[in-house]
Design a protein around this ligand. Structure first.
Ligand SMILES: [Zn+2]
Length: 96
């Protein structure tokens, strides 16, 4: 797992801000936010930050994230990402 560069807290926070801005502008124009409806407050910014590092989510069907149970934090937060040579799994909550 160590060959993969994970996003820093700062990068994740930047994605969170971007997401929040999108949601706010959708609410401003339409009252309801499509983005908010399909956004997870922790996992979505994490996948955005991962994508900007070059690792798109592999475990996704349409806009739904397919999550697996994490042994580390006992949450349903393990995502599969497409790596450069092979896919790998990371938990969006504890980053393990
Ligand atoms: Zn975890």
């Amino acid at each position: 797992m160590n060959e993969v560069e994970l996003p820093s807290d700062k990068q994740i926070r930047r994605s969170q801000n971007r997401l929040r801005a999108t949601i706010a502008s959708e609410k401003y124009t339409g009252g309801k936010s499509k983005t908010e409806a399909m956004t997870h407050p922790v996992l979505t910014p994490f996948t955005m930050a991962m994508k900007s590092l070059g690792y798109p989510v592999a475990s996704q069907r349409k806009s739904l994230l397919l999550l697996e149970h994490c042994e580390g934090c006992s949450k349903e937060g393990v995502l599969t990402f497409k790596g450069k040579s092979r896919d790998f799994k990371v938990c969006g909550f504890c980053k393990k």
